[in-house]
Design a protein. Structure first.
Ligand SMILES: Cc1cc2nc3c(=O)[nH]c(=O)nc-3n(C[C@H](O)[C@H](O)[C@H](O)COP(=O)(O)OP(=O)(O)OC[C@H]3O[C@@H](n4cnc5c(N)ncnc54)[C@H](O)[C@@H]3O)c2cc1C
Lengths: 477, 386
């Protein structure tokens, strides 16, 4: 993956820039010691690294605004950062950029159960949003697997999803308002505790804009009353095709489970060796979770059992206790870790129409043999959001490149069958150069015009999302 | 392209739409079904897109539907019903409210981001919108999003187009997420509550785990809806009745046709059909609705009101004279951090009073910047949103 050459004119002014930032921020909020800026050299796409010119850790919206104004006036690129768990390289710095981390801004500002929202500073972690309301019977629905670490800032920037999105939607469906600081240092309130925009839906535009339109410092999030209960079932199948057909049948039958997760044989094997969850030895399995009171759960699971039986499952295992429910989820939750035990992996995120699942899984299997790299599939089947994990060895020369080429072929396949490059991880640098597969030049031009409006000088996270050649003129190259 | 009537251009293909916009020399008034006549009156040539119709793809197992923007909403609802599915956001039909004819189209529904009572539980129209194709003001075809349920590839222009009232581009095709229609439904009805007690009851219901899919208050009383499998509806209706007991006697309506009729009336704001008077649509924090209505009352208006979304949406009818209550309604809305849109009023009033809420300077600058770039010649419904 290519990153633009750092602007030497900016680098030459490093000490001036750091001094200007120190003038508007507390001393401990500006980091320029190379030993410390190294901590910000990458996100969870660890194959790519580059320490920034400096990192700043403001504590308030006012500090963010002051710092952005300094960077804006001095022409310094800024890369916003939450917790650095992006899998797409969204928070990867360039050598001429300042990392603006919001991790110190993590307070709860307001909780209102009657109006069912919470307002938090954007550095607060996803899980601790639910943590702030769960004792009172509420939760925040979007639940990325990284929820212990990732920040609402990153969730808003990437429009993150999670296992329970089939029922509750992704970040954008649960976001009511934000405080946004523009690159010029202007503080803007978008949305609030009410529903829907009065004018153009700028909130919808900001969510998922990957830190390129402004820095989000606060967010108002919808919270929901916790359901009375939940219970998963595990269903094993003799082939991916049959499991895929079962998913479509469940959805068509009018049951709306909160989650339908899919694992294929390589993934089942790996997690079994790693987590010993007691999964059946089969080609594919589904974990389906439903919610409600006991009797409601029984009714829904009864229907799901009927549907599953039509597909001759090798196993239908209903959790009879908390412990059994935990074991059913255990393998799924440790899948990434288990694959990581075998080798380095790259996690893809293309989404496809559910009807194409069998075809796409078969093609991925064939390509795996062509490229000579193993791949495991574990994903959110209800909404077609795939997560092929391609195994490679970072120490073997050429392996990463082969893995990236394989990944690109899978993503092209996703687009070919009517899907998209990324369902929840974002484009970042990882899929930036594939954007032309999904979008025509005019489609990209329309998106880049939006950035022109919010950040005319293209200083915020400039080398992401759009193919470098497409954005070159705008980035002043 | 059909130019036979001098002030109407009718297109039947996206390519023709692009050509018509490229060739336009002045303002265009974009028409789907012509049923949602909201905003400043636009002077210009009618661009009729109802010919861009037809369901292109419908996959019940994938919960997705793709159709031309001119497709009648009714046609889509029939197709979905045949598979036991529906549009979960419950789009309203505004013909009765606005006194318009014609047939609502998908494009108009999306351009106005029209959602009904279920918005409070299932999200708005924009939340169900998966993808769009549109032609911008320079005549360029743009696509964004797609037809899959999760998609974060690039910026979300899909949301931007929803509720942009044709001012950024003319929709040619939309993809929507659909959901299964439930087997059963019930409404719990409380009578005689004032707005404060009604919001109290609706809040108690929406705070409960019983998955309430509608919470409204008006001439029908205070209504709470539950939907799902029959056994589950019975169970939750019983539980919810317990939650509501402190607010008065609870009547439970289980008859399917009666339930549907009640919510159609809420959805379409039936109490304000016909007659005169200007109608405002106000979006607020639900708990602010009673105070807002009381404040209007102190100014002699607001007695005629319907609340939906648990109080988060207030419809109020006021005399269509002077500023149609604008100064009071906007001040009381602003003080609470919400917004108010003048949905119905005479052309004269709509020329004097900005129908869409004025935006703070910084937000207005962003909106103006977007309009200038998507419609550089200012020919798409110019001025409609102010
Ligand atoms: C093990 C693992 C599992 C994961 N599982 C999921 C999953 O299930 N679902 C899912 O959707 N994702 C998942 N992710 C990806 C990742 O966690 C999400 O993208 C997350 O939202 C990133 O949050 P963050 O705070 O770490 O953001 P960062 O990585 O710090 O930044 C992500 C992007 O947000 C921008 N940004 C950060 N802060 C701001 C701000 N204040 N204002 C504007 N822009 C900002 C950055 O510039 C960058 O583009 C997973 C990651 C890992 C490592």
């Amino acid at each position: 993956m290519e990153m633009p050459a750092a602007d030497t004119r900016v680098m030459a002014r490093t000490s001036e820039i750091v001094a200007a930032l120190r003038a508007v921020l507390p001393a401990d909020a500006v980091i320029d010691d190379p030993a410390e800026t190294r901590a910000y050299e990458c996100d969870a796409l660890t194959a790519y690294r580059c320490p920034p010119l400096a990192a700043i850790l403001p504590r308030s919206t006012a500090e963010v605004a002051a710092a952005l104004k300094v960077c804006h006036d001095l022409g310094v690129p800024v890369v916003p950062r939450g917790s650095g768990t992006s899998l797409a390289g969204g928070a990867l710095p360039t050598a001429d950029s300042v990392i603006l981390g919001v991790a110190r801004m993590n307070r709860v500002i307001e909780v209102d159960y009657d109006d069912r929202f919470i307002r938090v500073e954007a550095g607060r972690t996803n899980l601790s949003v639910t943590g702030a309301v769960e004792a009172d019977g509420f939760f925040y629905a979007p639940d990325p697997s990284s929820q212990l670490a990732c920040a609402i800032a990153g969730n808003v920037a990437m429009n993150s999803g999670g296992a329970h999105c089939l029922k509750y939607g992704v970040t954008t469906n649960n976001l009511l308002g934000v405080t946004l600081v523009t690159m010029a240092g202007e503080v803007i309130e978008i949305g609030g505790a009410h529903m829907d925009a009065g004018g153009l839906d700028l909130l919808g535009l900001i969510c998922g804009s990957e830190g390129q339109l402004g820095v989000v410092t606060e967010a108002t999030l919808r919270i929901l009353p916790k359901p009375e209960g939940a219970r998963p079932v595990l269903i094993g199948f003799t082939s991916n095709e049959v499991a895929g057909a079962c998913v479509a049948d469940i959805i068509k039958a009018g049951v709306l489970p909160v989650a339908i997760e899919f694992m294929d044989r390589p993934c089942i094997r790996a997690t079994e060796d790693f987590a010993h969850a007691g999964y059946p030895d089969c080609e594919a399995l589904l974990i389906v979770e439903v919610e409600g009171a006991e009797a409601e759960i029984d009714e829904q699971l009864g229907l799901i059992r009927q549907i599953a039986m039509r597909h001759d499952p090798v196993e239908f295992r209903e959790a009879a206790s908390e412990e059994e429910a935990r074991k059913i989820w255990l393998g799924r939750k440790s899948a990434f870790g288990a694959m990581g035990q075998i080798n380095d992996y790259m996690c893809l995120d293309g989404t496809i129409p559910v009807s194409s699942l069998p075809h796409v899984l078969r093609r991925i299997g064939e390509m795996s043999r062509e490229f000579g790299l193993d791949v495991g599939n574990v994903f959110h089947a209800g909404d077609g959001n795939m997560h092929p994990l391609i195994l490679y060895n970072a120490n073997t020369p050429g392996d990463l490149e082969r893995c990236e080429a394989f990944g690109a072929e899978i993503l092209k396949l996703c687009v070919e069958v009517g899907g998209c490059l990324t369902g929840e991880h974002g484009v970042g640098i990882e899929k930036r150069d594939l954007m032309g597969v999904q979008y025509a030049p005019a489609d990209l031009e329309a998106q880049m015009r939006v950035k022109d409006v919010f950040d005319p000088a293209w200083l915020l996270n400039p080398a992401k999302v759009f193919p470098l050649a497409a954005s070159a003129g705008r980035r002043g190259v | 392209m059909d130019h036979n009537e001098s002030r109407v251009v009718k297109v039947t293909e996206e390519r023709e739409l692009a050509e018509a916009i490229r060739e336009a020399t002045g303002p265009l008034r974009i028409r789907g079904g012509g049923t949602r006549t909201v905003g400043r009156v636009v002077e210009g040539v009618d661009l009729d897109v109802s010919g861009l119709n037809g369901i292109g793809l419908y996959e019940p197992g994938a919960l997705t539907l793709v159709a031309g923007a001119g497709t009648p909403l009714a046609e889509v609802e029939v197709a979905l019903a045949a598979e036991g599915q529906r549009l979960a956001f419950e789009p309203a039909d505004w013909r009765g409210l606005l006194g318009t004819g014609g047939a609502p189209t998908l494009g108009g529904m999306v351009a106005a981001n029209v959602s009904g009572p279920r918005r409070v539980q299932a999200g708005a129209c924009r939340d169900a919108l998966l993808g769009v194709r549109f032609v911008d003001g320079s005549g360029t075809v743009v696509k964004n999003g797609g037809r899959v349920m999760k998609n974060v590839t690039g910026y979300d222009l899909v949301k931007l187009m929803a509720g942009s009232w044709g001012t950024l581009g003319v929709l040619s095709e939309v993809s929507l997420k659909v959901l299964p229609a439930p087997e059963a439904a019930a409404v719990l009805v409380l009578a005689g509550l004032d707005p404060a007690a009604a919001v109290g009851a609706m809040t108690a219901a929406l705070r409960s785990p019983y998955d309430v899919t509608g919470a409204a208050h008006g001439p029908w009383g205070t209504l709470l809806r539950i939907e799902g499998f029959a056994g589950s509806v019975d169970y939750r209706a019983g539980r919810l009745a317990g939650v509501l007991a402190p607010f008065g006697e609870v009547r439970v309506e289980r008859d399917g046709a009666a339930v549907a009729a009640l919510w159609r009336a809420v959805r379409d704001v039936a109490p304000f059909h016909g007659g005169d008077g200007a109608v405002w649509r106000v979006s607020l924090r639900p708990s602010d609705a009673p105070g807002f209505l009381a404040a209007l009352g102190r100014n002699g208006i607001g007695a005629d009101a319907v609340m939906d979304w648990g109080g988060g949406l207030v419809w109020t009818r006021v005399p269509d004279t002077g500023d149609a209550g604008e100064a009071v309604i906007r001040a009381e809305t602003r003080a609470r951090g919400g917004h108010a849109t003048l949905m119905r009023a005479s052309a004269g009033t709509r020329a004097r009073v900005a129908p869409f809420p004025p935006e703070p300077a910084a937000v207005a600058a962003l909106s103006a910047g977007l309009r200038a770039r998507f419609d550089p010649r200012g020919i798409l419904n110019p001025g409609l949103m102010g």
